[in-house]
Design a binder for this molecule. Structure first.
Ligand code: B12
Ligand code: SF4
Length: 524
């Protein structure tokens, strides 16, 4: 059976660094490899680079299309795409998977989608294809939400989480045509590698730990060495928590060195407390790349701020981790979260912290209740039904303490203090000196585009726009009675939204189908 897997164009990339980090759809490549191992014939289309021909779809009437939905900001785009496919090829079975889909499927439960993958795609998708080729009901396949009759039902959760080595290596050949387009800033082409999946921590704004029930799974050292050796010169390791398991991380570094693997650029994401406890790991890994960047979730400039986000780390660890990493010539990047409840002093505290510890390479996002997070559950009563594209962490979803205008003035000022500001300490000529002349036009595009993040008016224009709300109601912005982070005992939707999708699937598998958007559906 032929199948088509699509990475949609996310659409909203007006703020943030999304356009400068265009990376391969690794999740789809794993799904494709697993399907191929069962004898199916997958193809991948990356819509960010490929205007494909609908006539082809109408002619081939491919029986199954899979669409990835990685971020909440993509829900509406995915729905549009599914609708268009349905129109051209009504009998095609349309399944959506990806992080945001699995973390919170409700927005996708429409007539234009047949199933949503709620668990590991490499396991669920081939099982679905097997069932379809045997003409069995998709509702018999574990790990899905499926459209059934007048509503949607959850199928049982798969029995247990499989080891990551049980699935084939990603089908990178299916994106070979796009490879030269994949890049992270100036590093091009870029490969994505996953060595482990999940995270045992519990940050309130993050949907990773709840999706995987705080589990952490690793690929074997041999499998990672093989994958890294075959990947190209520039690698973004997508693990949410790199170096989490120190003994294995050390053994992996040694195995890579033994194999002679050395890359031009590596990027990993990890925690500051881990780096403070295991400087030895940084030492072991440093020889593996000429340039090596670490992305830290710095989040807040005070312990109280970190506490409110359940970060389970301290600002001393932020400072010390940056020092350790820099001492070994790692690039230190990171992100701070800005709370709509902040007052002027909170902004000043952040600026002072960034300046004191020279963290100008950090980025800033607005605290956003992303679906699948604790924050999303806690804010059920406060959120407005804003369109999904605004869930990009650069829009306000409720009125901030300082009022939108003042908030965005200070938010823009925060960005102006970053090294991206062309009128700041680092001028474009300084940037240009660091790159090859052929890269200058691209660099200029990046820098020019990021300048809008330093203009309050750019954010305000979208805050005050007339984009229709999802509930169709008029736009009257109320400041919440309680603030974002000082909500003491907001009732949690624990009865309708169990702690994790796996628990949700198990719970709702036993209940009657809920009509899309009905109070019983987990959306709102
Ligand atoms: C790579 C990445 C990016 C990249 C590239 C994104 C892109 N546009 O391609 C960059 C750096 C640009 C990025 C940006 C952002 N990201 Co991002 N990103 C990731 C990251 C680290 C890895 C994704 C990945 O490749 N995982 C490895 C693969 C193997 O897993 P997977 O994709 O989930 O695929 C599996 C399943 O989901 C499923 N599956 C996937 N697709 C499909 C399709 C079908 C049909 C089926 C059946 C199954 C299936 O099967 C796969 C195998 O099991 C994730 C973290 C994570 N754990 O997912 C965050 C993550 C997805 N990002 C997140 C966020 C918040 C953002 C930003 C908003 C952050 C910001 N500060 O601005 C921006 C938004 C950018 C934009 N405008 O689009 C959040 C999403 C939260 C949410 N609920 O929306 C995550 C979960 C990080 C986090 N800790 O919270 N991101
Ligand atoms: S933000 Fe990072 S440390 Fe916190 S739960 Fe998510 S992945 Fe884990």
């Amino acid at each position: 059976m032929d199948l088509l897997l699509i990475r949609p164009d996310p659409g909203n990339e007006r703020f943030g660094l999304g356009p400068f980090f265009r990376v391969e759809p690794l999740g789809l490549e794993y799904v494709a490899a697993a399907a191929r191992a069962r004898g199916f014939r997958p193809a991948i289309i990356d819509e960010r680079f490929h205007r494909w021909r609908w006539a082809w779809l109408a002619r081939t009437r491919v029986p199954v299309v899979g669409i990835s939905c990685m971020h909440a900001l993509e829900y509406d785009r995915v729905l549009d795409l599914a609708r268009a496919i349905r129109r051209v090829s009504p009998r095609t079975f349309i399944v959506v998977g990806g992080h945001a889909a699995a973390a919170h499927a409700a927005p996708l439960e429409s007539d234009d989608i047949d199933a949503v993958c709620m668990d590991d795609g490499e396991i669920v998708f081939p099982a679905l294809l097997d069932a379809m080729s045997r003409k069995q009901d998709p509702a018999t396949v574990p790990g899905l939400r499926v459209r059934a009759g007048s509503g949607w039902i959850a199928t049982p959760a798969p029995a247990e989480r499989p080891g990551l080595d049980e699935v084939p290596a990603p089908a990178r050949d299916l994106v070979a045509a796009y490879r030269n387009r994949y890049h992270c800033l100036l590093f091009k082409p870029v490969w994505l590698v996953e060595t482990a999946r999940g995270c045992p921590y519990r940050c309130t704004f993050c949907s990773v730990w709840s999706l995987y029930d705080r589990s952490f799974r690793e690929r074997s050292i041999d499998a990672v060495v093989e994958d890294m050796a075959q990947a190209g010169e520039n690698i973004f390791i997508v693990d949410d928590l790199f170096w989490h398991h120190p003994e294995r991380s050390l053994a992996l570094a040694r195995a890579l060195i033994r194999k002679g693997v050395r890359k031009r650029w590596l990027l990993v994401q990890t925690r500051t407390d881990l780096v403070c406890r295991h400087a030895d790991l940084l030492e072991a890994w440093r020889p593996l790349a000429q340039d090596f960047d670490i992305f830290f979730g710095l989040e807040a400039p005070s312990d109280a701020g970190l506490g409110r986000l359940s970060k389970d780390a301290t600002i001393m660890e932020s400072v010390e981790a940056a020092r350790i990493a820099r001492s070994m010539r790692y690039g230190v990047t990171g992100n701070f979260v800005i709370d709509p409840d902040w007052d002027e002093d909170n902004f000043r505290e952040l600026w002072a912290f960034v300046a004191a510890h020279e963290l100008g390479r950090a980025g800033y996002t607005i605290l956003t209740p992303l679906p699948g997070t604790d924050l999303h559950r806690d804010h059920a009563a406060l959120r407005r039904d804003e369109p999904w594209f605004k869930y990009d962490m650069h829009h306000l979803l409720w009125e901030p303490r300082l009022g939108a205008r003042r908030f965005f003035e200070l938010y823009a000022e925060t960005w102006r203090r970053s090294i991206l500001n062309l009128s700041g300490e680092k001028r474009w000529t300084d940037w240009a000196r660091q790159v090859h002349p052929t890269q200058i036009p691209y660099l200029m595009r990046v820098l020019r585009r990021t300048q809008r993040m330093m203009r309050a008016e750019a954010y305000l224009a979208e805050h005050d726009d007339d984009a229709p709300r999802r509930d169709g109601a008029s736009r009257s912005i109320q400041r919440p009675a309680a603030s974002a982070t000082t909500l003491p005992s907001m009732p949690r939707e624990t009865t309708s939204t169990p702690a994790s999708p796996r628990a949700a699937a198990a719970a709702s598998a036993a209940t009657a189908p809920a009509a899309p958007g009905s109070p019983a559906s987990p959306e709102r």
